[in-house]
Ligand binder design. Structure first.
Ligand SMILES: Nc1ncnc2c1ncn2[C@@H]1O[C@H](COP(=O)(O)OP(=O)(O)OP(=O)(O)O)[C@@H](O)[C@H]1O
Length: 263
């Protein structure tokens, strides 16, 4: 394994709730290398978003260690950008202004106005949304909003891109289109990506490794599947690829046999 970039070591996460302590994660260990695309899959409520939020610095772990670039994760930071399922664009700002806001926060202190504008425009270009730079969120489709959300995250030049079911709210065709764009973008930027998904095909298509979580409470990493399909990947070619179907079956077997969710 290459040098770890994001590391979780024996992480426990316990939520204090009104009904007492709720152990969500127990002994989660995971190492992610720079430039790797890792998906986290598991049944609803097992703790996938909790893992992502720990890496984002939005939650304090109860035990263990969470590190990024060998430094303890002590809170959110621009080097770890998050994209959520529902875009969180500010409705009173145009697409360009939404992206610019993030750019300004990260680079505003040291770069000139023109450079900041250029960064925002480049990020929109990367997700093929330059044409909508001056539109407001309500003037564009759900898929487009999600693309602008990804542009905003990428514009911060994060070391790690954290995606929490980024395409979960989209129709199947838009979703497939955005998955293809994400493949293209990550190939171009070499970003390290951690993505939570429910979608087995999405996980196999995009990932270098798929982290399969056991059911909660006290969920942990059940198994990790290395997806050794060559890149660039093409969804149509992969549909008939026996290796692709083998990986797909492995994930389905994990979810529906080894860790079937009680009804
Ligand atoms: N802040 C919190 N306080 C108490 N319990 C929480 C909190 N956040 C999450 N939980 C609980 O922790 C468990 C895991 O939640 P999490 O959102 O990480 O699961 P998930 O696998 O991402 O779910 P889904 O696939 O449905 O989005 C759930 O039972 C949830 O209710």
């Amino acid at each position: 394994m290459k040098t770890p970039f994001v590391q979780l070591e024996h992480v426990d996460m316990v939520f204090e709730t009104r009904r007492g302590r709720f152990p969500v994660l127990r002994d989660v260990s995971l190492s992610i290398a720079q430039g790797e695309f890792v998906s986290i899959i598991g049944h609803s409520g097992c703790g996938k978003s909790t893992v992502l939020n720990i890496v984002a610095g939005l939650l304090d772990i109860s035990r263990g260690a969470a590190l990024c670039a060998n430094r303890e994760i002590a809170g959110p930071g621009p080097e770890r950008a998050v994209v959520f399922q529902n875009h969180s664009l500010l409705p009173w700002m145009t697409c360009q202004e939404n992206v610019h806001l993030a750019v300004e926060r990260v680079f505003g202190a040291k770069e000139k106005k023109e450079k900041l504008q250029r960064r925002a425009a480049d990020a929109l270009e990367l997700v093929h949304m330059a044409h909508a730079a001056h539109k407001y969120p309500h003037e564009i489709s759900g898929g487009m909003k999600q693309r602008v959300g990804i542009a905003r995250a990428l514009s911060m030049e994060p070391k790690v891109l954290l995606l929490d079911e980024p395409f979960g709210a989209l129709d199947a065709l838009t979703r497939a289109h955005l998955q293809d764009e994400l493949l293209r973008i990550t190939a171009a930027t070499g970003s390290t990506v951690v993505m939570v998904t429910h979608d087995v095909d999405e996980a196999v298509l995009l990932s270098d490794r798929i982290v399969m979580m056991t059911n909660g409470p006290a969920a942990t990493v059940g198994d990790i599947l290395a997806v050794e399909l060559p890149r660039p990947r093409d969804r149509l070619e992969l549909a008939d690829n026996p290796q692709y179907n083998h990986y797909r079956a492995e994930v389905l077997r994990f979810l529906h046999q080894r860790h079937a969710k009680a009804a």
